[in-house]
Design a protein around this ligand. Structure first.
Ligand SMILES: [Zn+2]
Length: 96
């Protein structure tokens, strides 16, 4: 059984989700540098968890987890070397 590929990734640009809605922190309204928790194997419509630079975490209904899985797949495809660095990245961005 392999470890699930879960990564928390800081998105440099605002994240546009379902219906064109842009994810924003419900507490401080920040829309950039949000950290998105992505699970490569979770293709559900459950909300993804986001964390803003202020440390607020919330489930973002506009970003279903299947979108996060897609984003993570694209990130890994564009930079396959990341696979070997997942542990390192988890240490930087935390996990879970
Ligand atoms: Zn916030």
């Amino acid at each position: 059984m392999s470890e699930p590929v879960v990564l928390r990734w800081q998105m440099p640009a605002p994240i546009r989700g379902a219906g064109g809605r842009v994810a924003a922190c419900p507490e401080c309204g920040l829309m950039v540098r949000l950290i998105l928790a992505m699970d490569l194997d979770d293709h559900s419509d459950e909300p993804s968890y986001l964390t803003c630079p202020g440390g607020h975490t919330w489930p973002e209904a506009a970003i279903p987890r299947r979108l996060g899985a897609l984003l993570l797949a694209e990130i890994l495809e564009s930079d396959p070397g990341l696979y070997g660095r997942l542990d390192e990245l988890r240490e930087i961005y935390g996990n879970g």
